[in-house]
Design a protein around this ligand. Structure first.
Ligand code: CMP
Ligand code: CMP
Length: 314
C-alpha cells in the first residue's frame, strides 16, 4: 500500500514544534494492524512513549518480508530503518579486527537497528535472516521525531536514579546514559509474577520502586520428614530474598546461559527498569565481575537455607 504523508498545521503557540513535521502513515489492514500491535507490545523502546506517540509509531511502520540468508543490516552501512521482529530467527554478527563472530541471535521476538539511528553512527553489527521472516520497519525520520526525542525526556527522568544504582558505578557516565536510552519501564501489580523459574531468559531488571521477592521451588519433603499423605514429588516455593529500589535481578540466567533459577514476584505495586539481553551483553560487560561475586553469595544463601545449592546447578 502507498504511504500517505500529512502535514500538521504549524502552531507557534505550541511548545512542541515537531508537530509541524511530516507524519508518515503506511495504511494497514485490520489484520496487519493486529499483528503489528502484537509484535510491538513488549518492545522496550516503545514502553516509555505516550499513547499518542506510540500510535504514530504504529501508523508509520511498514511490513518487510525476508528470505533465508538475507542481510537486513550490514555492519558499517548508514542507518535507514529500525526493525521490530514479527517472526523469524536472525543471527547477529560483529566483525572486529577482520574477524566476523556470531554474538547472538533474535528468536521470533525483539528489535534491532536502533543504534545507528540514535547516535548517527555506522551500523554496529550485521543482521542475517536464518529462515523466512517478517519484520516491521520504522523509518529514520519518524524514529528521530518520536523515539530520540523521547530519549531526552528519559535521560532527565532516570539520570539521578541510575547514578545511585550500586551495580552501575563502574560504568562511565556516557555508558550509563546509553543504558537509559535503550531501557524500558514496566509496572507490576501486587503478587504478579515477573520471572518464572525454568523459563528461558531474555532480559534483566533493576527495581525502581517497590519490592520484589525471589522464590525457589523445592521438593516439599526436602530437609524435613514427610507426612504420610504428602506427595513425594510435590514442590513448594520458598522465599530466599527480596530486592528493593536500586537492586537488580534476572542477571543469573543471562550470565550462565541457563533457564531462570528462581521465580520473582512483585510485593505491592512495583516498577522495574528492563534491559534486553543484547543491551545487557553490549553495555554491562564492566559490571559482570560484581555480578559474578554476587552469584557466589546466592550459593551461600541457598546452602544456609536448604543445606545445598543444587537449584543453581540445574
Ligand atoms: P545498529 O548499529 O543500528 O545496527 C545493527 C544492530 O544490531 C544494532 O543497531 C543493534 O540493534 C543490534 N545489536 C545486537 N547486538 C549487538 C552488539 N553486540 N553490538 C552491536 N549491535 C548489536
Ligand atoms: P535469574 O536466574 O535470571 O532469574 C531469577 C533471579 O533471582 C536470578 O537471576 C537472580 O537475579 C535472583 N536471585 C536472588 N537470589 C537468588 C538465589 N539465591 N538463587 C538464585 N537466584 C537468585
Amino acid at each position: 500500500m502507498v504511504p500517505t504523508v500529512c502535514a500538521e498545521p504549524y502552531n507557534p503557540d505550541e511548545d512542541d514544534d515537531d508537530d509541524s513535521e511530516l507524519k508518515i502513515v503506511h495504511p494497514k489492514t485490520d489484520q496487519q494492524r493486529c499483528r503489528l500491535q502484537e509484535a510491538c507490545k513488549d518492545i522496550l523502546l516503545f514502553k516509555t512513549l505516550e499513547k499518542e506517540q506510540f500510535s504514530e509509531v504504529l501508523d508509520a511502520m511498514f511490513e518487510v518480508l525476508v528470505k533465508p540468508n538475507e542481510h537486513i543490516i550490514d555492519q558499517g552501512d548508514d542507518g535507514d530503518n529500525f526493525y521490530v521482529i514479527e517472526r523469524g530467527v536472525y543471527d547477529i554478527q560483529v566483525e572486529k579486527d577482520g574477524v566476523s563472530r556470531c554474538v547472538g541471535k533474535y528468536d521470533n521476538k525483539g528489535s534491532f537497528g536502533e543504534l545507528a539511528l540514535m547516535y548517527n553512527t555506522p551500523r554496529a553489527a550485521t543482521i542475517i535472516a536464518v529462515q523466512p521472516g517478517a519484520l516491521w520497519a520504522l523509518d529514520r525520520e519518524t524514529f528521530h521525531r518520536l523515539i530520540v526525542k523521547n530519549n531526552a525526556k528519559k535521560r532527565k527522568m532516570y539520570e539521578a536514579f541510575i547514578e545511585c544504582v550500586p551495580l552501575l558505578k563502574s560504568l562511565e557516565l556516557s555508558e550509563r546514559m546509553k543504558m537509559v536510552d535503550v531501557l524500558g519501564a514496566k509496572t507490576f501489580k501486587d503478587g504478579e509474577q515477573i520471572i518464572k523459574q525454568g523459563d528461558a531468559a531474555d532480559c534483566f531488571y533493576i527495581v525502581e520502586s517497590g519490592v520484589v521477592k525471589i522464590m525457589i521451588k523445592r521438593k516439599a519433603k526436602a530437609g524435613r520428614p514427610r507426612s504420610e499423605d504428602e506427595d513425594e514429588d510435590e514442590e513448594v516455593e520458598v522465599e530466599v530474598s527480596r530486592c528493593v529500589r536500586g537492586q537488580y535481578f534476572g542477571e543469573l540466567a543471562l550470565v550462565t546461559n541457563k533457564p531462570r533459577a528462581a521465580s520473582v514476584y512483585a510485593v505491592g505495586g512495583t516498577k522495574c527498569l528492563v534491559i534486553d539481553v543484547q543491551a545487557f551483553e553490549r553495555l554491562l560487560g564492566p559490571c559482570k565481575e560484581i555480578m559474578k561475586r554476587n552469584i557466589a553469595l546466592y550459593h551461600e544463601q541457598l546452602v544456609a537455607l536448604f543445606g545445598s545449592s543444587e537449584d543453581l546447578k540445574r
